[in-house]
Design a protein around this ligand. Structure first.
Ligand code: MTE
Length: 392
């Protein structure tokens, strides 16, 4: 991964780091070529498309460029002709609606920046206690993007929801092959969240990401964005909204995306759907397994506070001695509701250091615990992030 054949010293300088004598390891910018859909990701599966960025690319900017924004899809991208596209709104409403993109565009437009994260972020870390199912994600299925679209609450007001409305279902236009049936991806959110208005609505029907129309990987022409909730609630290729007195019966709300010990029917029924995400974070540079000289080392990463409007990253700490002493990291990104924070720190490593550990706390009482209980699907892994390194 040294395309210009530079010496290690030249690489250190080219990477913007402080030269060898300062014992600092920079994040080397490795430019790779995007695929035909413009993605520069490590694909865990290609059919369907499931890819996450290299962590050093992920933390280069507070707003994640679309090429480095993870993709999580359960089926191939559906081909949608926007001229024939319409969104239907039905169920417990006085006025069912069928809205074209032009009709949706008559509603007030909202712009917001929000982080999207997969509930399976950092799943591979569970495998040491027993292999977990699902896409084998490291710490990359997370990204912070600028979204633009229409408040779900405005659409629901137009449809005039009935007194008994409790949940809002979303249904995608994708076709997921399960054992004997083909189903769309779907889910729901509570009506209280759906009806939040203001600059950051409870949910947005987004048609733009990073100031461009959504790409096919991210749900073109329309998707939901639900700030504060795990990515699974932000349904891509949105085709239908149903207002109901019950949560969605779709597999991805009724069964999947739950914390269960075993894939046993009792566990599934006892456990509720995951909505809000807990605080999480990771060290993004240097790479795992890096060999560094003893001395000072610059490291960087991200932290996403609990998915609540007022929650902010409060203290990010790094340990080089297995959790005995902690150094406080500096935040470097913007401090915004429902967004991650980037951070960096300079720590001292010695010949006894075999890993770097990161943990964080937020203003709503959230913290990354030392351990989290194993669950069969490997969701919500937010324990202390441990990065193995070798000090030469
Ligand atoms: N929506 C549809 N229709 N189909 C999907 O497979 N995956 C969900 C969600 N919405 C999915 C979907 C999951 S699990 C996540 S984490 C996010 O989309 C990922 O969004 P992204 O691919 O735009 O990053």
């Amino acid at each position: 991964l040294n395309p210009y054949n530079l010496s290690r010293r030249e690489l250190l300088i080219a990477g913007g780091g402080i030269a060898v004598t300062n014992l600092s390891i920079p994040a080397l910018a490795v430019e790779t070529t995007p695929d035909k859909l413009g993605k520069d990701l490590i694909f865990r599966t290609t059919d369907p498309r499931n890819g996450e960025p290299e962590l050093s690319n992920l933390v280069k900017s507070w707003v994640t460029p679309t090429k480095h924004f993870y993709v999580r899809s359960h089926a191939p991208n559906p081909q949608i002709d926007v001229n024939k596209f319409s969104l239907t709104v039905e169920g417990k409403v006085r006025t069912p609606l069928t809205l074209t993109m032009n009709q949706l565009s008559q509603l007030p437009r909202h712009h917001l920046t929000a982080t999207l994260t997969c509930a399976g972020n950092r799943r591979v870390e569970f495998n040491s206690e027993g292999k977990v199912g699902g896409v084998q994600w490291a710490a990359g299925p997370i990204g912070n993007a600028k979204w633009s679209g229409f408040a779900l609450a405005d659409v629901l007001k137009k449809a005039e929801i009935l007194e008994e409305a409790r949940h809002v279902w979303f249904e995608g236009l994708d076709e997921i092959q399960r054992t004997n049936v083909v189903i769309p991806f779907g889910g729901s959110i509570p009506i209280e969240k759906a009806m939040i208005t203001g600059p950051i609505p409870g949910a947005v029907l987004a048609d733009q990401m990073n100031e461009q129309p959504l790409s096919p990987d991210h749900g073109y022409p329309l998707r939901t964005i639900v700030p504060g909730y795990v990515g699974a609630r932000s349904v891509k290729w949105l085709g239908k909204i149903v207002v109901s007195d019950k949560p969605s019966p779709n597999h991805y709300l009724a069964a999947a995306y739950k914390l269960v010990k075993k894939t046993d029917p009792i566990d599934w029924t006892e456990s509720g759907p995951i909505y809000r995400y807990p605080i999480n974070g990771a060290i993004a540079t240097p790479d795992a397994g890096t060999v560094v000289p003893a001395g000072r080392l610059d490291i960087s990463g991200y932290v996403l506070p609990t998915g609540l409007r007022d929650s902010r990253a409060q203290r990010i700490e790094i340990s080089t001695d297995n959790g005995i002493n902690w150094t406080v990291a500096k935040t470097t990104g913007q401090d915004s509701a429902f967004c991650w924070q980037l951070w960096n720190a300079r720590v001292k490593v010695t010949s006894r250091t075999n890993s770097l550990i990161m943990r964080a706390f937020d203003s709503s009482g959230g913290f990354m615990p030392q351990r989290v209980p194993w669950n069969a699907k490997g969701y919500l892994q937010n324990s202390w992030y441990r990065l193995p390194i070798t000090v030469s």
